[in-house]
Design a binder for this molecule. Sequence first.
Ligand code: ADP
Length: 447
Amino acid sequence: MFKKILVANRGEIAVRIIRACKELGIESVAVYSTADKNSIHTSLADLSICIGPPPPNKSYLNINNIISAALVTNCDALHPGYGFLAENPSFEENCSDNDITFIGPPSDAISLSGNKSMAIEVMKKHKIPVIPGSSGNVENLRQALNISRKLGYPVIIKASFGGGGKGMRICRHSHDLESLFSLAKSESLSSFGKSEVYIEKYIQKPRHIEFQIIADNYGNISCAGERECSIQRRHQKLIEEAPAARLSQKTRRVIKEYAVRAARAINYKNLGTIEFLVDENENFYFIEINSRIQVEHPVTEMVTGIDLIKEQIKIASGERNAFTGRDILASGNAIEFRINAEDSENNFAPSPGKITDCFLPGGPGIRVDTFIHSNYIVPPFYDSLIAKLIVWANSRDEAISRASRALSEFRIEGIKTTIPFHKKIISNENFKAGKIHTHFIEEEFAL
Ligand code: ADP
């Protein structure tokens, strides 16, 4: 087992990883930008080290500074968390060049997962259902027009190297394709540094259901069930739950098998997520692989009892998959609410600043993953996620009433958050009935 792990991240996920290290008896090293000098992850870790000024490209994205921090502190492993460098294959290579174990998949699996259009082609070869689409990147407008005509409108233009719900454009009519195609390409270039795009048939009102994979270094692959992430705003997840709200046992079992097959097809190692869209008739389609721990991993932890971060660490250290040959069962229902420092009454505008007072909910079935406290100043430089409220109960109905109770206790003063919006969602009758899809927020709240 590792002796010392460098946690190459900040915020709630850095705290989460440091906690897992402590429970495993492993020392942890936090890194921080000058904006995060007093952030709680720096004091929870055994050691902390400054890696640069606030802008992410000078600190949390600065590979040289992070690797140097790991070397001077004698770390034998590094956990990337999510975001920042977690899906950067050269980061993994830099770690291994310096004899630091990267807690995640090898660089070839990261590269393939990051190239969405190529991953889809690989899945097709392995007979995994995918959305009808362009078979690779679309080079020019003529090709885009041809493919879209064959697929039938609406279509969706997607950045091949995209992520985080960015770089996607829905095109409903051929006369809009020219402008949307060039917009998608330039957006993709500015956000991801690569202009490649591909085109898929646009699925009407799908549900986003993803499956958690656990794979060791010896080819033992298990699936820890699914998470439903259909409550999204502008393709970004806001609420996630496990198990999926309304999914037949048969479809669940079948997709689970495909998810394991997908992981095997690319010789996947460590933890990963295989994402699918599921339509109204429970037809399902692979969309992408996420080669890291997901923000929403706690809902799986709550229903399975598995500590996924500890599993990542154990597998990276060479341990065998502890779940080989047995079914991982889900008990009860868990729902996660992303609490963002955003003003949900004002087009979700970022709301950094000082938290003048704060009270975190507790009681049965409540978990809050966060790094905030009274007098904490939310810096303006990073992702707006400041806390995750996760509720667990014996049934979905009970989880919703528990969530309602917890959200009403949750108090964050001084800045605006998404808490008021979550309260509205959980009192919505269609949400309560599990009648959810990726356009739910748009339809119910005209947002
Ligand atoms: P990202 O990597 O940016 O998260 P994904 O490919 O995972 O992108 O898609 C994010 C979301 O965008 C999905 O959950 C879904 O809401 C929407 N989406 C993506 N592809 C399609 C499609 N072909 N039809 C309908 N919605 C889609």
